[in-house]
Design a binder for this molecule. Structure first.
Ligand code: SF4
Length: 298
């Protein structure tokens, strides 16, 4: 059946937007808004981001929504969305392990399965030149690095997801005399793919896409997640922040488990803020903690 709305919503960085665009859809990576925080899905035990993403998708009328298996919470969000919504949905299995050929092959097969799913909702299988056109024009941002100003307190901000309200956090840091030298929330920094090499692409598109996305994105969920720590060390050498602010979400065990490891890897003050799915992004208690943290930075 042909869908009138051509937007396909997703959140996971391992879903290549040009792959969706090549099938004739518009790929829309959602940065959920707290303003869509309607209680249309169960609240108990859900991570704030998974729930906000779910609520955001429920408020729109897309052609489809793609979830990924990178954490239990998003798998659960997929189950709930499939149950509550008539909008077609797809669960993309991203293997946590990545150093063996079987995992890479599975990722390739998932791309093909996603392609068949899009064809089932009116997408058209692209020719290799259409695919190359989509990937060749993709603006891939590799690192969310900002201009360095040595007179300020330099802050790095990292986290898995960006919300529609995330600029409030950057504004607050700047109001408190800080300068964000590393913005690695969501779409930038540690979730960016490598640049597609078109010469390799024409030889084997799936191999090149797998290499650029599955082989490169240093997400913290990967096992082992050595690429994440390598990315973090390089980003710190490059940007020399005085303090690190980690934006986490309630019930996110993946990041929670890594925070002590991150602290051991770097030798600067670290502040973790935990975002809940309330109407307020930066609650007064969080603002107080950020103010105290900024005072400690030299
Ligand atoms: S915040 Fe953590 S638990 Fe929630 S969706 Fe993201 S990775 Fe999964």
């Amino acid at each position: 059946m042909l869908q009138a709305n051509r937007n396909i919503l997703y959140s996971c960085p391992f879903i290549p937007a040009p792959w969706i665009e090549a099938y004739g859809f518009c790929a829309e990576r959602i940065e959920p808004s707290l303003h869509y925080n309607q209680p249309c899905t169960p609240r108990q035990g859900m991570c704030a981001h998974a729930r906000l993403f779910l609520n955001h998708c429920c408020r729109l009328d897309p052609a489809a929504v793609i979830f990924s298996s990178t954490c239990d919470q998003m798998r659960r969000a997929f189950d709930l969305f499939s149950f509550y919504s008539k909008v077609p949905s797809f669960l993309f299995n991203v293997p946590a392990t990545w150093q063996n050929l079987t995992a890479q092959k599975l990722y390739r097969l998932e791309l093909l399965r996603l392609g068949r799913f899009m064809q089932s909702i009116g997408g058209i299988e692209p020719s290799i030149s259409a695919l190359a056109g989509a990937f060749g024009t993709d603006n891939q941002v590799i690192l969310g690095s900002r201009t360095c100003d040595t007179s300020s307190k330099l802050v790095a901000v990292i986290g898995e997801h960006r919300l529609a309200q995330s600029s409030d956090l950057f504004n607050l840091i700047e109001q408190l005399g800080g300068r964000v030298v590393l913005d690695a929330l969501g779409t930038s920094g540690c979730t960016s793919p490598a640049k597609i090499e078109m010469r390799s692409f024409y030889k084997d598109p799936l191999e090149e896409i797998t290499s650029a996305y599955f082989g490169t994105i240093p997400s913290i969920f990967r096992r082992p997640n050595i690429m994440f720590y390598s990315w973090l060390r390089n980003a710190f050498v490059q940007n020399r922040p005085h303090g690190l602010l980690i934006q986490n979400f309630t019930w996110c065990d993946i990041w929670k488990a890594e925070i002590d490891v991150i602290k051991k890897q770097i030798n600067i003050p670290v502040l973790e803020i935990t975002i809940a799915d309330t109407n307020e992004y930066l609650q007064p208690s969080i603002i107080n903690r950020i103010e105290a943290f900024m005072e400690t930075l030299k």
